[in-house]
Design a protein around this ligand. Structure first.
Ligand code: T5A
Ligand code: NA
Length: 225
């Protein structure tokens, strides 16, 4: 069959951040803006609560079931692997993916419960790596202004504070490595976004980063975690 070598692959954009940082709001706004700009794009979300594994995760998050910390960690990862082939296919067909939470949430939430960092990373090794990872940072005070955290298992201020510190470590480590010039070519590009500002300001910051990656990323092969 005819292979169109001029066809650009889609770009994998991950939006990470704390509960109530505005991830879903911004992911939706970005999808709309890409559509207006005639960039084929698809919005996905993790956990995907619609799959059989996703239903187990949903019950756990709503405290309707209890699971060992390691078991739920592996389910979150398996939930990503369920969709990995479809993500790769979509990207190779030229469609950009906006992903509301990904493997970094997986690591950060489990590490903040006390599981070892390297153990937490290992089940996600080999998943498609994002071309851009945005960290939406928001203070617990701002989150409270937005109606506070919800009723789910991790939506407690102490947990959110630990999660925030861990996300910041991820991002700062990558930024430092880039500035020192010793970032490995496989490192994920992180951008921290101050998500405590107005919806419009956050949207504009995100759009600036996305335009840049839409230019650069399609020339590189898709990487893996
Ligand atoms: N988890 C997830 C793991 O432990 N391991 C994993 O591997 C994964 C993938 C569920 C939980 O699962 C954990 C992390 C989570 O604790 P979820 O279903 O994604 O994750 O649920 P949340 O991320 O908690 O969803 P939230 O709805 O709380 O957060 P969002 O999406 O960040 O926030 P959003 O967009 O819904 O906005 C929240 C409110 O704030 C307002 C919005 O209108 C909305 O009311 N808002 C703003 N207000 C003022 N100014 C702004 N700039 C605003 N932006 C949004
Ligand atoms: Na959300």
């Amino acid at each position: 069959s005819h292979v169109d070598t001029n066809k650009k692959r889609g770009v994998l954009i991950v939006i990470e951040g704390l509960d109530r940082s505005g991830k879903s709001t911004q992911a939706g706004a970005l999808a709309a803006r890409l559509a207006q700009s005639n960039v084929p794009a698809k919005l996905i979300k993790f956990p995907d609560r619609t799959t059989p594994i996703g239903k187990m995760i949903d019950a756990y998050l709503r405290s309707q079931s209890d699971l060992d910390d390691r078991a739920i960690h592996l389910l979150f990862s398996a939930n990503r692997w369920e969709l990995a082939t479809s993500i790769e296919r979509t990207l190779s067909e030229g469609t950009t993916i906006i992903c509301d939470r990904y493997a970094f949430s997986g690591v950060v939430y489990s590490v903040s419960k006390g599981l070892p960092f390297s153990w937490c990373k290992s089940p996600d090794i080999g998943l498609p790596a994002p071309d851009l990872a945005l960290f939406l940072d928001v203070s617990p005070e701002k989150a409270r202004e937005r109606g506070g955290y919800g009723e789910e298992r991790y939506e407690k201020e102490e947990m959110q504070k630990r999660v925030r510190e861990l996300f910041r470590k991820f991002v700062v480590r990558e930024e430092d490595a880039e500035q020192r010039g010793d970032a490995s070519k496989d490192d994920v590009t992180w951008v921290q976004i101050d998500a405590g500002r107005s919806l419009e300001d956050v949207k504009e910051s995100i759009w600036r980063e996305v335009q840049r990656v839409l230019e650069d990323a399609p020339r590189r092969p898709l990487r893996r975690l």
